[in-house]
Each structure stands twice: as C-alpha cells, then as structure tokens.
Design a protein around this ligand. Structure first.
Ligand SMILES: [Zn+2]
Length: 372
C-alpha cells in the first residue's frame, strides 16, 4: 500500500517549500529532483506510520515525541574503540535496541533518529584510512537494519568518513541510494577544521544536490581537548563548538551556497544564541545593518534540537533567536536520560501548539515519512 496520491503530493510540496525557504526564492524544485532526494524510498517507507506500527504489532504511540538526537552503541563500536573509551574514564552506557525501544515507550517517544556515537569515525586529517571507511559503513548498515527491524520507531543519520572526501562521497551515495537513510550525521569539527571550511566543499555540494538533512553533533576540536584536568570535553567544549561550526558556515557563505541542505544543530545551539548578535554584527565584511540582518536571517533558518538544554536559560536564549518552527525535541539518549530534557521542556511555558510543534510537528516537516 502506498500513500494516497494526494498525500505523496503534499509531502513533495512540503520538501519543495523547505528548500525554497532556504533558497530565499519562490523557485520550486522539480518533482524529479525531489524524488531523487527521497531516494525513491521503497513502498515500506512510504507506508503511513500507523500502518507500519500496526503491521509490526506495536503499540501505536503515534502522537509521541520524535527524538532527533539519540545514539546507538553497537557491539562493533565498543570493541573497536575499547582503548579510547577506557582512556576517557567514562564507560559507555548500557544500550541494546530492545532497551532503547522499551525506554522510548516508557517516556512517550514514538520515533528516535539514530546518530553515530561520538568519534565512531577516526578524525585524523592525515589518514584517509580504510578503518574510517569501514567504521562508517558498519555503523550505517547497523543503524539502517534497526530502522528495518523496528518499523516506524527509528530513523537514521548516516556517518561519513570525513575528512576523507572520496570515501565520504561514496558513503553518501550508499547511504541515500542503497540504505535510504533519512539524513547524514556529521561533527561540528574535524581535528582543526570546522565544517564550513572550503576543504569540505565537494561533500557539501553533493549533500546540497541531494537536498540532505544534516545533523551536526558536537565534538571537541583538536585545539581544545582535555584543557582542564578532570573536566571532560563535553562539559564546556561541546557547546562552544556548535557556535564555531555555525560561524565557519557563515564566514564561508555556506548557508547561501547550499540552500537545499537542512542544517540541524544540537543542544539548543550551545553558546550560539548568546553570541548570535555579536557574530552577525562583527562577521560580515561590509559591516552594515543590512548585512547583519541578512546574516541573522540565515541563522533563523537553521534547526536546533534541545537535548540537555531545555533549562530556562538556554531555551530562553534559543527562542529569542529562532522561531519555534526551527526547534526540535532531542534527548541525547542513552548518554542522557529522557526526563533531563523532557521535564524542563514541558514546564517551560510553551503553548500547547508550540509544544506539539517542538515534540513532533517540526520533525514531521523535516522528515515527511514520519508523519503520524
Ligand atoms: Zn549526543
């Protein structure tokens, strides 16, 4: 069974609309382009969400949240990364697909978008390694199998072996054309480079051509790791690096050059909302009110998940910078338990319709196949 033709048409229109907003033009994408972006998803992924769950004999938690920010901890990863994980002094949380689903059900999560674990792929600039390519492929095959095994419950942001350009281009093709991934998962930095750096341009040009959604996960750049004894990088550096990544895109005019990409950043934007005015006033070559306003408009079109950042301060700052339409629920499970983000979000003071948009409506716009 496929969507009724009218519904499929509505989805096309919505993706066209999102791309047009990013382009800042009224120009529409061709139907052919959109079908290509969707990767001509197989009949199973075009089934209405409710049918998928009913067929799978699962409770139809269809009105539950869509969690944009969650991770897998696959067995191959813990094996390969054992030494690195031990060196951090912070063992990884217990995780299995069944436990993930059980915890989602207990916490009203309908669907979780799966991202690679931090540093699942090696980040050395000197090494276009087979190891990185193999890890990315293993991660992507593993995650997409979960999408198939638990219909409707998982989505998938595929890993790339960046900074390996050739390997990444090959993995983009595999992720979209073979696996039908929902998007791509990248880091906010790679060693001493941030993603707007021209060295990454071929990869972003291809992602723009494919109208990809990209989820950026925080990562500590090489300059700023283990700066203080006993303070792990995620405490401070993760949230600073989100601002650095966005600045790298603004500086290189990337948001305008890649208008078809839907950019998603984590943790309510980290330090970005507090710095946004300073950045948009100081960064344009021609400092003028017009340039500042234009740059701020680019920021307003980005998407942000709220994982581990729904406290009054970060969420207030984010809502002062972007409209509610750009805010997505995220948890960072299994690293962070669901109530840490969900509790303060529920009590922040959003209207019911805004909360519904954050919990799933905005994610449905980004990923129409998840529509309940
Ligand atoms: Zn995370």
């Amino acid at each position: 069974m496929k969507f009724p033709a009218s519904r499929e048409k509505d989805e096309m229109k919505e993706i066209e609309r999102q791309c047009d907003v990013r382009r800042g033009s009224g120009a529409g994408s061709s139907r052919r382009e959109i079908l290509q972006w969707l990767g001509m998803a197989g009949a199973s992924s075009l089934l209405p969400h409710g049918d998928l769950l009913a067929r799978a004999g699962m409770p139809a938690a269809l009105t539950g949240r869509i969690d944009i920010h969650s991770h897998t901890v696959p067995p191959f990863y813990t094996k390969v990364m054992e030494k690195e994980i031990l060196a951090t002094g912070h063992p990884l949380p217990t995780w299995t697909p069944a436990l993930h689903i059980e915890t989602m059900d207990k916490n009203g999560i309908a669907t979780s978008m799966l991202s690679p674990m931090t540093r699942v792929v090696q980040d050395s600039f000197s090494d276009k390694s087979e190891r990185a390519r193999k890890l990315a492929r293993q991660n992507n095959d593993y995650s997409q199998q979960l999408v198939r095994d638990y219909p409707g419950r998982f989505g998938h942001f595929a890993a790339l072996p960046l900074p390996d350009t050739d390997g990444s281009l090959r993995e983009i093709e595999y992720a979209f054309d073979t696996l039908k991934a929902d998007g791509i998962g990248l880091w906010t930095s790679y060693a001493d480079k941030w993603p707007g750096d021209p060295v990454f341009a071929p990869v972003f040009e291809e992602l723009n051509r494919r109208k990809a959604a990209i989820f950026f996960h925080s990562a500590p750049p090489i300059c700023c790791r283990a700066l203080q004894p006993g303070v792990i990088d995620s405490v401070v550096e993760y949230d600073f690096d989100i601002a650095r990544a966005v600045v790298s895109f603004l500086k290189n005019d990337s948001f305008r050059r890649y208008p078809n990409i839907r950019f998603i950043f984590p943790h309510s934007g980290g330090t970005l909302p507090v710095l946004a005015n300073r950045v948009t006033e100081s960064l344009p070559e021609k400092r003028s009110e017009k340039e500042t306003a234009a740059m701020m408009d680019e920021v307003k079109q980005l998407f942000f998940d709220v994982a581990h950042a729904t406290y009054p301060a970060p969420l207030s700052a984010l809502t002062k910078v972007v409209p509610v339409s750009q805010i997505l629920f995220g948890s960072d499970y299994p690293i962070v338990p669901y109530p840490v983000s969900a509790g303060p979000l529920d009590h922040f003071g959003f209207s019911e319709s805004d909360l519904q948009a954050i919990n799933r409506g905005n994610a449905e716009r980004l990923f129409p196949r998840l529509k309940a």
